[in-house]
Design a binder for this molecule. Structure first.
Ligand code: PMP
Length: 376
């Protein structure tokens, strides 16, 4: 059975990228590797919309999150965490693990971060070293106004650190223009690669914190990555197959153009929201992001919807995480997910809902998707 991967990461790997992952391995202390790495370095600046260096490390996204905590802070430091979901909460968990004091500017899952709350927390705690937040909160499908938060944090001594793991590439994000001091991301979402690579970029303000950091580290010591970067190298053996594929990923993103990708995701997001409503499902997020859409589902069938869809039709969507398990479904529209995937996915989702006893008329979801797509 053909499989449709409509989850917010990992996403389907386009054939051009998958083929690169299959190329023979080679040695990494070579001119061949340096050339590839330097090419990637240039492309990543475009993807992150920054003039600063972007480092690549072998880790899942959480590895880059940990790097952004362990390199910027010292035990006993105070930070603000502005979370609106599972991944925002992870910032606080990592920080507490390192003995950092966490002040919350968080909101209920499903809501969006209030920039005014961040401003208030900063005023009340002028000694905080940094504000940690999330761009697109994958667990709830919420987008946060990073531009507004960047404007606020940049007027203070604190550094703004943003998890753009799921939103980078798919939704407009401008590191330098929005005054974001540190950004992290990972390979298995907008980059359309297999999981395994993480990215981190810092500006001068964030580097000042690195110089003051007293947390012991070795593999995750960002100074090592910076030192090797200039020579087109990584400090440790890089996952060569993923790096070769990353070169292709960045090339494809540059060829398609970020603005076009942002617009395409926006259109698919609009069609997805319309289809959810047509199925009688209420959108879960206060400010929906453009890479995944979440909707509330009846709790008695919440888990079954995702399982039946995958097992009977080969369509994978995501369910809820943590307390949201069985309460929401999440339908992704990033990477190389296209219009036809949406039609297939929603038609199958509609059939599953009918099979599970939800009273809806056949053809509503596809009609809603068509309505949006035909208008553009
Ligand atoms: N943050 C966000 C916003 C994410 O979407 C994810 C992955 N779903 C993570 C953090 C964690 O990344 P990983 O699973 O690659 O460690």
């Amino acid at each position: 059975m053909k499989r449709y991967l409509l989850t917010p990461g990992p996403v389907t790997i386009p054939p051009e990228i998958a083929l690169k992952e299959a190329l023979p391995i080679f040695h990494h202390r070579t001119d061949e590797f340096a050339m590839i790495y330097k090419n990637i370095a240039k492309g990543l600046k475009y993807v992150f919309q920054t003039e600063n260096e972007v480092y690549v490390l072998a880790a899942s996204g959480t590895g880059a999150m940990e790097m952004a905590v362990a390199n910027l802070l010292s035990m006993g430091d105070k930070i603000i965490v502005a979370s609106c979901g599972n991944f925002g909460d992870r910032w606080a968990e990592i920080a507490r693990g390192y003995g950092i004091e966490v002040i919350s500017a968080s909101v209920r899952w499903g809501k969006t971060i209030k920039p005014a709350e961040v401003e208030r927390a900063l005023k009340e705690n002028p000694d905080v070293k940094a504000v940690y937040t999330t761009f697109t909160e994958t667990s709830t499908g919420v987008a946060n106004d990073i531009k507004a938060i960047g404007g606020i944090v940049s007027k203070t001594n604190a550094v703004l650190v943003v998890d753009a793991i799921s939103g980078l590439v798919g939704q407009e994000f401008r590191t330098d223009e929005w005054k974001v001091d540190a950004v992290i991301s990972a390979s298995q979402k907008g980059f359309m690669l297999a999981p395994g690579l993480a990215f981190i970029t810092l500006n001068g303000k964030a580097w000042e914190l690195v110089d003051a950091s007293k947390i012991p580290k070795f593999y995750f010591d960002i100074k090592k990555y910076k030192k090797f970067y200039a020579a087109g190298e990584t400090p440790f053996t890089p996952p060569l197959t993923l790096i070769t594929a990353l070169q292709e990923s960045v090339r494809l993103i540059e060829e398609r153009g970020l603005k076009n990708i942002w617009n395409d995701c926006k259109l698919l997001a609009k069609a997805t929201r319309a289809a959810m409503k047509a199925l009688g499902l209420e959108l879960f997020s206060e400010v929906p992001c453009e890479i995944v859409t979440s909707a509330s589902v009846p709790v008695d069938i919440g888990v079954k919807i995702v399982k039946t869809l995958r097992e009977k039709y080969g369509v994978s969507i995501a369910g809820g995480q943590g307390d949201l398990k069985g309460r929401i479904i999440r339908f992704a529209h990033l990477g190389c997910i296209g219009k036809a995937d949406l039609l297939a996915g929603f038609t199958c989702l509609e059939m599953v809902l009918i099979e599970l006893g939800v009273k809806i008329k056949k053809g509503k979801a596809a009609a809603a998707v068509e309505e949006i797509l035909l208008r553009t």
